[in-house]
Design a protein around this ligand. Structure first.
Ligand code: NAI
Length: 341
């Protein structure tokens, strides 16, 4: 299928081209992100392939429909950047990768937590300058601590298991649905309120939805124990960054590890080292010694990249050849009818 791949980095191309030997789609790679300015590039393509920070809002979707696009193939799990009402209005289809390696993100979340807790990021820099002093590098045993996991789907479930079985933490969970496997392991499901009040560490693994937007705001931070460690590898919008700065300044939040940021579209995945960062909130966050920020790389493992490429191309193939796709986020009924006839 003729597909334009937006936001292409060299590593995306490498994995997609390797996987495409099996599918033989007609892939056209472009570096720009999908936006209202770039949507016209999709003229003549049936599918657009996009990533987490591409914009697929109502005006972009209208433009895509106008130039003949039928499918938006997400090469990620989250679809908060796609306006599904507009997709329905314009009879497009959207599919995604529900899971490509939940281990990559769960393991990375633990890495962020342990790096922050044991100050490995600071020790690394000190040793490079022959500073072997230990002042300021003291951490805490994770063993026996209470860790609250918000969202126990694919990623949160693995993180909870690592924390319970590997570190012997007391794990509290909060989700709309209980995962029986975790209950069996002795993990307690509690209200968000209870989780916020009781946890030494809070890890966010729920999707960004209107209900979870700014889940961690000033009120939530007030409920936390003094010195709580917060880890977010899910979506930036889960945390009110300005409120978080307040929490860090007063010590309610003892450390913050984030791989995502609510305004990351303007920053992440690009080399901006020659430019001035205009986002004052982000710039302030980078000044705290107890804040560790990475640029949306939790998923970035060999296994995950392989699975993403394979499933993205398979989703396009299924769209082309079959009536329904199990990885569809939205599948237009008119299209299904068209295929039947
Ligand atoms: P999933 O869909 O398997 O699990 C999400 C869980 O959150 C579900 O159990 C759901 O019931 C729960 N949930 C939904 N609304 C909730 C609410 N209001 N309160 C509490 N729980 C709620 O998703 P998965 O695969 O575990 O991914 C989680 C998130 O991780 C994704 O939505 C995505 O935003 C993020 N992600 C980040 C990556 C990175 O590289 N940083 C890579 C992949 C995913």
């Amino acid at each position: 299928m003729k597909t334009i791949v937006f936001s292409t980095k060299p590593y995306d191309r490498l994995f997609l081209e390797a996987a495409n030997e099996e599918f033989e789609h007609e892939l056209y790679f472009v570096e720009p992100r999908l936006s209202i300015e770039t949507a016209s590039l999709a003229h003549g393509f049936e599918a657009v392939c996009i990533f987490v920070n591409d914009t697929a809002d109502a005006p972009v979707i209208a433009r895509l429909a106008e130039v003949g696009v039928k499918l938006i193939a997400l090469r990620c799990a989250g679809f908060n950047n796609v306006d599904l009402q507009a997709v329905e209005k314009h009879h497009l289809c959207v599919n995604r990768i529900p899971a490509y390696s939940p281990y990559s993100v769960a393991e990375y979340s633990i890495a962020l937590l342990m790096t922050l807790n044991r100050k490995i990021h600071r020790a690394y820099n000190r040793v490079r300058e022959s500073n072997f002093a230990l002042n300021g590098l003291m951490g805490f045993d994770l063993h026996g601590k209470t860790v609250g996991v918000v969202g126990t789907g694919r990623i949160g479930c693995i993180a909870a298991k690592i924390l319970k079985s590997g570190y012997d933490c007391h794990v509290l969970a909060n989700d709309l649905f209980e995962n029986p496997e975790l209950v069996e392991l002795g993990i307690d499901y509690v209200s968000l309120d209870e989780l916020l009040r009781a946890s030494d560490v809070i890890m966010l693994h729920c999707p960004l939805t209107p209900e979870t937007h700014h889940l961690i705001d000033a009120a939530a931070i007030r409920k936390m124990k003094h010195g709580t460690v917060v880890i977010n590898t899910s979506r930036g919008g889960l945390i009110d960054s300005t409120a978080m700065i307040g929490g860090l300044k007063c010590g309610k939040v003892g450390a913050l590890g984030i791989d995502v940021y609510e305004e990351e579209e303007a920053l992440f995945f690009e080399d901006l080292s020659e430019q001035v960062i205009r986002d004052d909130v982000f710039a302030r966050l980078t000044t705290f010694p107890n804040v560790l920020i990475t640029g949306h790389q939790a998923y970035f493992t060999h296994e995950a990249m392989s699975n993403i490429a394979q499933t993205t191309l398979s989703n396009i193939f299924v769209f082309e050849t079959q009536e329904t796709c199990e990885n569809a986020v939205y599948c237009d009924r008119i299209r299904i009818k068209e295929k039947k006839n």
